[in-house]
Design a protein. Structure first.
Ligand SMILES: NC(=O)c1ccc[n+]([C@@H]2O[C@H](COP(=O)([O-])OP(=O)(O)OC[C@H]3O[C@@H](n4cnc5c(N)ncnc54)[C@H](O)[C@@H]3O)[C@@H](O)[C@H]2O)c1
Ligand SMILES: O=C(O)C(=O)C[C@@H](O)[C@H](O)[C@H](O)COP(=O)(O)O
Ligand SMILES: [Zn+2]
Length: 379
């Protein structure tokens, strides 16, 4: 491992604060923190009872430790378990969870604890945001993706037949406890998927971080200090953006680099295991760079560098890397038209003038995007 970035060096344990006035909260990052989760929750939410929302995979691996920690801190807790996978971010699963929380007579002061990846976090967060118009909410993320991205910033929600994350709310947690030891049980394909969102922060506005990842990607995958540094640097980047623009009136849209294409690809593949979210983002970021090259904004060398890095991390970078049927441009365009960044009917994309030089491009012509996708499908 080379010396990490001076500005991004993190200790074995780190705390990042998301500064949002009276709704500010800490992200605790480090090995073994799940055992401290109960005490940390009790300190912030005295007297709260807890309902843990998790999925079947995570329940078998990390639930006992969390329950023990909550119980040791005197926090009564019960558990609701959903099926793993993106399909659980649905109206029917949401409705089911709401029913259980209400039947249990949990009150506004009680806490919904999300234990799992981004699916559980988004879903549980939407339950917390909406039951009794808002309960307390704590995130205990167990995937790389959730530790560097989805547990931070308060985007919660579910998918709709019309597209990804189309129903939801901005609702911040009171605390995030990211136990990096929980990543030791994560399948390698899921780790790589989360890595796409790590690389995203470099590509948005931190070319030094991207350069460090190019040099030290293997150390990040191996674990230890490099991984904790990468997670802490990612959380710091996201916390900065969220503090500046909580509800995506402007600069927060940069966090959507690769997502307009990526979400369309996820929708077109039926929110299935054919393409995980981070994988869609990896293809989408490569497409955002290639589209930027096509629009004369970015050098082909930078787009190649992005593709080479993500490919080396084991990620798909082109539509042809996605298993299964070839996707139709018409379907992708229909999904892209549902993107939440669409303004007065025109498309908004995050494009790039180079690595670490991303920007929000409004009024992108749909015909230009469709012509680009026709070319992409030939690759
Ligand atoms: N709210 C946000 O800001 C935000 C940001 C990025 C992504 N997201 C959303 O997050 C979701 C993707 O999250 P994800 O990649 O974490 O997927 P996920 O929640 O589906 O988790 C991936 C898989 O890993 C399993 N798993 C989780 N933790 C594990 C562990 N420690 N060991 C073994 N298995 C484990 C899960 O059961 C699941 O099968 C998408 O729905 C995406 O839209 C939201
Ligand atoms: O936090 C944000 O803002 C992001 O855009 C982070 C993304 O990685 C994440 O996938 C988010 O859920 C996408 O949000 P959406 O508003 O495009 O649905
Ligand atoms: Zn994402």
């Amino acid at each position: 491992m080379t010396a990490p970035l001076a500005a991004s060096v993190a200790a074995a344990e780190d705390t990042v604060t998301v500064a949002l006035g009276e709704r500010s909260y800490d992200i605790l990052i480090g090995d073994g923190l799940i055992h401290r989760a109960g005490a940390e929750v009790a300190a912030r939410l005295p007297g709260a009872r807890a309902v843990i929302i998790t999925d079947e995979n995570v329940a078998g691996l990390h639930l006992a430790a969390l329950r023990e920690s909550l119980a040791d801190a005197g926090i009564e807790n019960e558990v609701l378990t959903v099926a793993p996978g993106e399909a659980s971010k649905s109206f029917s699963v949401y409705q089911d969870l709401v029913g259980h929380v209400l039947e249990a007579r949990l009150e506004r002061g009680d806490v919904v604890v999300a234990l799992g990846g981004g699916v559980v976090g988004d879903l549980a967060g939407f339950v917390a945001a909406t039951v009794r118009r808002g309960m307390q909410f704590v995130q205990v993320p167990t995937t790389l993706l959730a530790q560097v991205d989805s547990s931070v910033g308060g985007k919660t929600g579910i998918n709709a037949p019309q597209g990804k994350n189309l129903v939801g709310a901005f609702y911040q947690p009171a605390l995030v406890v990211a136990d990096t030891a929980s990543l030791s049980t994560l399948p390698p394909r899921q780790f790589a998927s989360g890595y796409a969102e790590v690389a995203k922060y470099g590509l948005i506005d931190d070319p030094k971080f991207f350069g460090w990842l190019e040099r030290d990607r293997e150390a990040v995958f191996a674990g230890g200090q490099a991984r904790i540094s990468a997670i802490a640097t990612s959380c710091k980047a996201k916390a900065r953006v969220v503090a500046a623009d909580e509800r995506e009136g402007g600069v927060r849209a940069l966090l959507n680099l690769g997502h307009t294409f990526g979400h369309a690809l996820e929708g077109a593949t039926g929110f299935s295991d054919r393409l995980f979210h981070g994988e869609g983002v990896a293809v989408g970021m490569c497409q955002a760079f290639r589209f930027s090259v096509r629009m004369g904004l970015c050098s082909p060398g930078d787009a190649d560098r992005v593709e080479a890095h993500l490919k080396a991390a084991g990620l798909p970078t082109r539509i042809s890397d996605i298993p299964g049927d070839v996707l139709a441009v018409e379907r992708l365009m229909t999904l892209i038209a549902q993107d939440k960044k669409v303004t007065r009917g025109t498309l908004t994309f995050v494009l790039a003038r180079g690595i670490g030089k991303s920007f929000i491009a409004r009024d992108i012509a749909a015909d230009d995007v469709a012509a680009f996708l026709v070319e992409e499908l030939k690759k």
